[in-house]
Design a protein around this ligand. Structure first.
Ligand SMILES: NC(=O)c1ccc[n+]([C@@H]2O[C@H](COP(=O)([O-])OP(=O)(O)OC[C@H]3O[C@@H](n4cnc5c(N)ncnc54)[C@H](OP(=O)(O)O)[C@@H]3O)[C@@H](O)[C@H]2O)c1
Length: 275
């Protein structure tokens, strides 16, 4: 299975990746090794997941050259300034046991975020070759625009919740023409799609599964990547095979008609999403 790649001037990211939260320890390492063995080449982790060590160990043990793998990590929002962000990133690299990551994201915007200084830290990390590209996660449109327009470091990626029930059209309208990849987290809506009769109907029609329909919906949008998490090799394979599913106009119409304002991840420290 060859996963399609989004290739901008800033990054070359496999559009179907593997989410690792909330797996930990040996279970996490085994899942990542299994995913890479099946053909995943893009692995998503974060400082906050507490699994950078097993993720890095899996990368080191899997037998696939590092240059063929795409690794994302994220620094947690309690590092709102450049100096603390840099210290946290250095610790990420150490735990990962890697010389570099492919993508380094600000995990969430803090209310105390000193955006220019964090962007400057990301620029220094990128200039040193320790992160090939940088970006942000969970930024609402206004803050994303500020990050891009600051022109301190080029923003390669935006990672946000995005699935059949949350279409993120405002963000897509901004990032797509700028060739900023939008990486979709919670792409199978934490499994809710499995019970959805509309999605089940589309899946039956194609001899596919509801999770595959949900992922194919995301992959049908230009410049969009998705990072489903699945523990078992069978589900990992099922999700990977979604890259082969092509939805037709009738499917797209039915999916477009599903309610689109259902956000599943909005912790107390989340920003004002409309900002
Ligand atoms: N940047 C952020 O703030 C942020 C926030 C949330 C998530 N993320 C990233 O995005 C990744 C994915 O998001 P997520 O884990 O919240 O949601 P998700 O991938 O939409 O859903 C994961 C859940 O769906 C189940 N599942 C996956 N594939 C399935 C399939 N084919 N059939 C049936 N069930 C299936 C999984 O079960 P099993 O594992 O038991 O198979 C798991 O319970 C995370 O792992 C993380 O890397 C980032």
């Amino acid at each position: 299975m060859t996963v399609p790649v989004f290739d901008s001037a800033l990054t070359r990211i496999p559009r179907l990746g593997f989410g690792t939260w909330p797996m930990k320890g040996v279970e996490c390492q085994a899942a990542v090794e299994s995913a890479i063995g099946l053909g995943y080449r893009h692995i998503d982790t974060a400082e906050m997941y507490g699994n950078e060590e097993p993720v890095g160990a899996a990368l080191n043990a899997c037998g696939v050259p590092r240059s063929e793998l795409y690794l994302t990590t994220k620094v947690w929002w309690d590092k709102p300034d450049g100096a603390s962000f840099r210290r946290a990133f250095d610790a990420c690299l150490k735990r990962l046991g890697q010389d570099y990551v492919d993508l380094l994201l600000v995990h969430w915007p803090s209310p105390q975020l000193d955006l220019p200084s964090v962007l400057q830290a990301q620029a220094a990390i990128r200039d040193a070759g320790l992160a090939k590209a940088v970006g942000v996660a969970n930024f609402p449109l206004g803050l994303l625009k500020r990050a891009v327009e600051a022109e301190i470091v080029p923003i390669a990626a935006l990672q946000v919740e995005h699935h059949v029930y949350l279409d993120q059209q405002r963000l897509l309208d901004y990032v797509t023409p700028r060739r900023i990849v939008l990486t979709s987290y919670t792409p199978v809506a934490k499994g809710v799609v499995l019970e959805d009769e509309v999605i089940q109907g589309i899946a039956r029609k194609h001899g596919a599964t509801p999770a595959q329909v949900a992922l194919a919906y995301l992959l049908s949008k230009p410049g969009v990547a998705a990072i489903p998490k699945a523990q078992s090799p069978a589900r990992q394979q099922e999700n990977l095979d979604a890259a082969n599913l092509r939805l037709d106009a009738e499917d797209q119409k039915a999916l477009a008609a599903l309610p689109k304002g259902n956000r599943m991840v909005s912790p107390g420290f989340a920003p004002d999403w409309a900002a």
